[in-house]
Design a protein around this ligand. Structure first.
Ligand SMILES: [Cu+2]
Length: 168
């Protein structure tokens, strides 16, 4: 009897010790998830130059080829008010991205990616294009200015993988 009691106490103790760690780990995981979701839902999907567009509002399709390490064409001109469907085909030997942003944003984004090379891109203003695949991005442009489309896989932007986009 005495022995059984001793065992059950030690089991309880072990449980009591392990439980807080478990719950803390879970809490931390939950926090990260919450952060990520919070970021996404509170993500202002409006950018200085526009916002994601709807497929039924597309006014023009622009086809772009992603190569190692450049885009063709290397510059594009669009008009404020247009909703463009970009279809990007990756004909390179490695994966690429197509991210829209002001020149300042692109430089900041690139620095972030260099600091966190495994960060997955889930921004509304860009798409990842695995090698050999095509992806599309629909965007409504709202303000005349010059922006860039760029790839932020570490090293690609520095290698010159960006193009200038003039919004007229
Ligand atoms: Cu790239």
């Amino acid at each position: 009897m005495k022995k059984i009691k001793a065992i059950s106490v030690s089991v309880l103790t072990a449980f009591a010790f392990s439980y807080p760690f478990l719950s803390q780990a879970e809490e931390m995981q939950g926090m990260n998830m919450g952060d990520m979701h919070g970021n996404k839902s509170s993500h202002v999907e409006t950018f200085p130059f526009g916002h994601p567009g709807k497929s039924n509002e597309v006014t023009r399709v622009i086809k772009i080829t992603a190569l190692d390490f450049k885009y063709e064409p290397s510059s594009i001109s669009v008009k404020s008010g247009e909703t463009i469907k970009f279809i990007i085909t990756n004909k390179g030997k490695v994966d690429h991205e197509f991210v829209l942003g002001t020149i300042t944003e692109q430089k900041e984004h690139d620095k972030e990616m260099l600091d966190h090379p495994h960060m997955k891109m889930d921004d509304p203003n860009g798409v990842s294009i695995p090698k050999g695949k095509s992806e599309s991005l629909i965007w409504t442009f709202t303000k005349p200015m010059t922006i860039q489309y760029a790839c932020h896989i570490p090293g690609h932007y520095a290698a010159g993988m960006f193009g200038n986009m003039q919004i007229k």
